[in-house]
Design a protein around this ligand. Structure first.
Ligand SMILES: [Zn+2]
Length: 586
């Protein structure tokens, strides 16, 4: 067995073992089902239910992972397709069986649940049950819940219509490049054109994007407003203060975090401008427009890093995490945790999935670029998070929530970038690396906060009973553009319509997590690099807690308090440090 692909025998020795597992799985879920309608009877029933559910879900993860990995290794393998489809059907069946558990537990009076939770054997399920208790006051009567559920498909129309409309029904005009060539235009091509050197092409593509969204702005505004109203009405029905209150609660976060993020970024607007002015200088422009921002004049593509070299580089950059961590990463490299190379019919992109009771599995499509090496560091951040959590927590407590999901991976990415910056002798390459860090912070912390501010504004106005139209929405966006770009950049006339391009707005209040995620990662990475005594141990301990505590407490354990401006200040300090360094090199 080579070391460069997954060995699925780590999960099941053969298909026979898989079939046995599938049968076991069905039996375990029948046991879960046997407690249906009885959970209120005694703590024995609840215990039995959760114990079986936990065993079932863990075994299901192995079965699912086995089928999915086999399929992802070769998307054209008919046998794998058949197996994966079968497992997906099984997954749907099992989730239907267990769907009674949370609603039934939430019907049990809190005093009784509290009494049960005092029992030692219930400890592993305390977090899960407490989460249900927390949610309880927002659950409506059975009839209303059923009515809402039966409308759910209708409520998602705006989201689906936006996708269909913008992806397949937009009639883009072709665009012309600096040599007079006529080029096709689409949302995907737009992204590509924006990163190209040809300024005429960038300008024309940008102008085409603005015009098409302007052309359909009334329809797009109706779609978006209906999504916002759905979210506001549901939040009100469920007794939340606002749709923002409801969304942040679901994330295991809160209103204060959201507000602190917005305030903090607003207080650092001078650094945002300083960075944009530096961009303008590097681009050598008298007047910078929004279509100039995504072109990187420092781009270089001459790297060729063999995988062996990449592994060493990743291990070196992660050495600050201590011996135990590095040894485990190195073990992962040698023991088939990673499916390395691009292959015909292999799933594209990169991801990590930690399989409980087995080990993490990382999919890469390694093609020898520095970006690919950084991806290894990133995915190993996820992998080690799942490794620590899975080895220390029971299944239900092992999964971490969305607020911490990208933290460990981004910490590794920043450690990796820092190592490269500090060790690069070639001035041009060094400039490029620092510039990349700045752009990363700009796109995740700053731009996402700008979007978050837009969402908050719109939702608040709707909740205050204001009737908004496309012009109002676009003016809100115009004001934000003026604030976030100051006088560094020319905001072209139709730029204000581009809010209607953002698909994430249909998942209300989603994007702020990109901003809090990178903020947390920057603070943690810098503390690790500062060599503060005992900090790495504290961090690894936090990772090993998985999802056994709420996310804000987990982050506080590593000195990241997302409710305090000081935290964001530290992230901006790092931004400023990079900014000064790049300035000194130009
Ligand atoms: Zn990731």
């Amino acid at each position: 067995m080579d070391k460069l692909s997954w060995n699925l025998e780590d999960i099941f020795k053969n298909e026979e073992e898989l079939e046995i597992a599938i049968n076991n799985l069905k039996e375990i879920f029948q046991k879960v089902k046997s407690t249906k309608g009885k959970l209120a009877e005694s703590s024995d029933q609840i215990y039995k239910c959760y114990k079986n559910l936990e065993d079932g879900l863990a075994l299901h993860e192995k079965v699912y992972a086995y089928a999915m990995f086999k399929y992802h290794q070769n998307l054209g393998n008919q046998e794998a397709i058949k197996l994966f489809k079968r497992i997906e059907a099984l997954t749907a069946e099992l989730s239907k069986i267990e769907s009674f558990v949370s609603p039934e537990v939430s019907q049990i009076p809190i005093e009784i649940l509290e009494k049960y939770l005092k029992e030692e054997r219930m400890k592993p399920y305390e977090k899960t049950i407490r989460d249900i208790i927390k949610e309880k006051s927002h659950i409506l009567s059975k009839d209303v819940e059923e009515a809402l559920a039966s409308y759910s498909e209708v409520f998602s129309v705006s989201d689906n219509a936006f996708d269909v409309f913008t992806n397949s029904e937009f009639d883009y005009n072709d665009v012309i490049d600096e040599n007079g060539n006529i080029l096709k235009m689409s949302e995907a091509l737009y992204g590509k054109y924006m990163s190209m050197k040809d300024r005429t092409l960038r300008k024309n593509a940008y102008s085409e994007i603005c015009s098409i969204y302007k052309k359909y702005i009334n329809t797009l505004s109706e779609l978006y407003l209906s999504r916002v109203k759905y979210s506001c009405i549901t939040a009100k029905l469920r007794g939340y203060k606002s749709s923002l209150d409801s969304a942040t609660n679901k994330d295991d976060s809160n209103l204060k975090v959201y507000e602190t993020l917005l305030n903090s970024v607003n207080k650092n607007m001078n650094l945002v401008y300083e960075h944009l002015n530096l961009k303008k200088k590097m681009l050598n422009l008298d007047e910078m427009h929004l279509y100039d921002i995504y072109y990187n004049p420092l781009q270089e593509n001459d790297e060729n890093i063999e995988y062996e070299e990449a592994k060493e580089l990743v291990l070196k950059t992660l050495s600050v995490m201590g011996d135990e961590y590095v040894k485990k990463v190195s073990y992962g490299f040698e023991h088939n945790w990673v499916d390395v190379y691009e292959k015909e019919n292999k799933m594209t992109g990169g991801y990590n999935m930690g399989v409980y009771g087995v080990h993490p599995f990382i999919l890469l499509n390694y093609m020898n670029t520095m970006r690919d090496v950084s991806t290894i560091a990133h995915e190993f951040g996820h992998a080690m998070h799942s490794y620590y959590a899975n080895s220390k927590q029971n299944y239900l407590n092992s999964n971490y929530t969305i607020m911490v999901a990208e933290v460990a991976s981004t910490v590794n990415e920043i450690l990796f970038a820092n190592y490269l910056i500090n060790n690069e002798k070639d001035i041009n390459k060094k400039k490029m690396l620092i510039n990349e860090q700045l752009d990363l912070i700009r796109s995740t912390l700053i731009v996402q906060t700008q979007f978050s501010e837009f969402e908050k504004n719109v939702h608040e106005k709707i909740e205050n009973g204001e009737a908004l139209n496309s012009e109002n929405l676009s003016n809100i966006y115009q004001n934000l553009l003026e604030k976030y770009y100051g006088d560094t950049t020319v905001i072209d006339e139709n730029s204000k319509y581009t809010w209607s391009r953002i698909p994430h707005f249909y998942r209300c209040f989603y994007v702020y997590k990109y901003a809090t995620g990178i903020t947390s990662a920057i603070v943690i990475a810098n503390k690790i690099l500062s060599g503060e005594k005992g900090y790495v141990e504290k961090y690894l301990n936090m990772l090993s807690l998985g999802g056994s505590k709420d996310s804000l407490s987990l982050l506080k354990m590593v000195d990241v308090d997302l409710e305090k401006e000081e935290t964001y200040k530290q992230a901006f300090k790092y931004f400023e440090k990079n900014l000064k360094e790049l300035k000194s090199l130009i």
